[in-house]
Design a protein around this ligand. Structure first.
Ligand SMILES: [Zn+2]
Length: 189
């Protein structure tokens, strides 16, 4: 098989970062909040990536709970109940613990964001799972860590872009063939 340089290879980590940033900005605009995107450990707190749909909802809930914390005293949303932010609590009958979920209007409002998150997670959950385990996750950029093109063992292989340090750990597995992505080419120095 001829290995042409793929025209558009997604960097799953950058795609996730961009998506989270755009969802966060949209939430900030909607609720009149001026704050930085929360740290990733917070965004992914208790997010189980094995079910992409549930994971997407949990991420949105984590972001909205953070938005609630960041509402300024002079905002019309100050001290509004959680429902005003599209979230509600319920007691999980299995665990008997109170959990936050999206209210129906929250589901409607963030449906598009949820779909995008779900797609990204379902395609690259192995990568996100591995990378969340890496300390400091993807926010930390180290010098001399270029983007590389990496391939798995599928036929045809999936190609992704990642930081070289992540590929070298060989912990980033393809969800289909279960092989680690291997570096093929350095894209930028
Ligand atoms: Zn594969």
């Amino acid at each position: 098989m001829k290995m042409d340089h793929p025209k558009e290879v997604i960097d799953p980590i950058e795609a996730m970062q961009d998506l989270l940033t755009s969802i966060w900005s949209e939430m900030c605009r909607m609720y009149d909040v001026d704050a930085h995107v929360p740290d990733l450990p917070l965004i992914f707190e208790q997010v189980d990536l094995s079910d992409a749909c549930i994971a997407a909802e949990k991420i949105l809930v984590n972001l909205l709970l953070e938005i609630m914390e960041d509402v300024g005293r002079f905002s019309p949303f100050y001290r509004q109940p959680p429902r005003a932010f599209g979230v509600m609590s319920y007691r999980n009958p299995r665990t008997q613990r109170v959990e936050w979920i999206l209210a129906p209007e929250g589901h409607r409002r963030w449906e598009m964001a949820s779909n995008k998150l779900e797609w990204l997670i379902s395609q690259y959950r192995g990568i996100f799972r591995a990378v969340i385990l890496v300390e400091g996750w993807m926010m930390r950029s180290t010098p001399n860590d270029p983007q590389v093109l990496a391939y798995c063992h599928c036929e045809p292989p999936h190609a992704i872009q990642l930081k070289r340090s992540l590929v070298q750990k060989r912990e980033i597995l393809c969800d289909s063939c279960r092989h680690p992505y291997e570096m093929r080419e350095v894209l930028e120095g």
